[in-house]
Design a binder for this molecule. Sequence first.
Ligand code: PRP
Ligand code: MN
Ligand code: MG
Length: 182
Amino acid sequence: SDNLNSVVERKLFSEAEIADTCKRLGSELTAAYAGKRPIVVGALKGAVFFLTDLFREMDVKADLDFIDVSSYNGGTESTGKIVVEHDLSKDVKDRDVLIVEDIVDTGLTLQFMKDLLLKRGAKSVKCAVLLDKKARRTVDIEPEFVGYECPNEFVIGYGMDFDGLYRNLPYVGVLKPSEYQN
Ligand code: PRP
Ligand code: MN
Ligand code: MG
């Protein structure tokens, strides 16, 4: 079937649940950045959906920017080498930066971005993430603002892809193993 729902084994987080979580995190961020003017940085491409929902729940004067970093994959396992594919347009020196991510898995992507922005002189770098897949972490890094702990399964939707597809599924679901096991 060409229907996006047909590759989903089960729904994990519904559109309504995600909307509630964006409200909850938005309140936390409104309090955390009160009186400041952070740069909100979306990590392309997965974070775009979460970013637009979360940002509208933040009652804070803030700038918006994007960065695209990617890990070079040597086959199925990540090599751990990460490069900047598309850089920020803003200077982060002496700025408070909030990175928005859809998911933290091994933590390598977040660690790379955090190190990069701190090296450029950011005053603070924190991260808001929808899904924290703690079981897969290989580096010692914890996002400060977390929507949900994520089970150690292949998740798609709400920005998250499998081989470039399914980002536009409006909820978060578990991909059917038959879709990636040949
Ligand atoms: C995915 C996801 C996170 C990152 C998490 O991005 O959106 O950014 O992987 O993985 P890690 O914690 O193991 O580094 P991906 O690099 O697939 O790019 P995309 O956002 O364009 O899908
Ligand atoms: Mn990503
Ligand atoms: Mg991806």
